[in-house]
Design a protein. Structure first.
Length: 143
């Protein structure tokens, strides 16, 4: 599977990492062949939910055609990934929320989505403030 160029460049620079101790991004390129073979199983929980409530869980899951392929998650249980439709550079970003309705796909690259998230253009960033209530908006590479 070919991954989007911006994702490859990002993971070459940062590897698997956390932003603000809240958003984790996984470097899928480091997976073993055995782990790669298990990727479809990692989204079985969503397939089970879709089977029980297809009106609420509408996404196809990779390797299904156009399926969701996860590249990150939050500590709250939200999953971020792409809908694998067309060429990898065209894959839209989609967030699978843990406790709210599915939002539409966002026609941006992963790094464009991250900039929108981190800048506050897309989401509230009040939690990024330094101090007791917030986390600094830094990228920390996993060991």
């Amino acid at each position: 599977m070919r991954l989007p160029d911006d994702y490859v460049a990002f993971t070459e620079r940062y590897g698997s990492c956390d932003f603000a101790r809240w958003l984790s991004i996984y470097d899928k390129r480091l997976l073993t062949k055995e782990e790669c073979a298990r990727i479809p199983e990692w989204m079985d929980y969503y397939r089970d939910l879709r089977e029980d409530s297809p009106e609420d869980f509408t996404l196809a899951m990779w390797p299904e055609p156009g399926g969701f392929f996860q590249w990150g998650s939050t500590i709250d249980g939200d999953a971020m990934g792409w809908l694998t439709v067309g060429e990898p550079e065209e894959w839209p970003v989609i967030v699978v929320p843990h406790d709210s309705d599915q939002e539409p796909a966002i026609v941006e690259t992963m790094t464009e989505w991250l900039v929108g998230w981190a800048s506050g253009a897309r989401y509230d960033t009040s939690g990024f403030a330094e101090g007791v209530e917030g986390h600094p908006l830094v990228c920390e590479r996993w060991p």
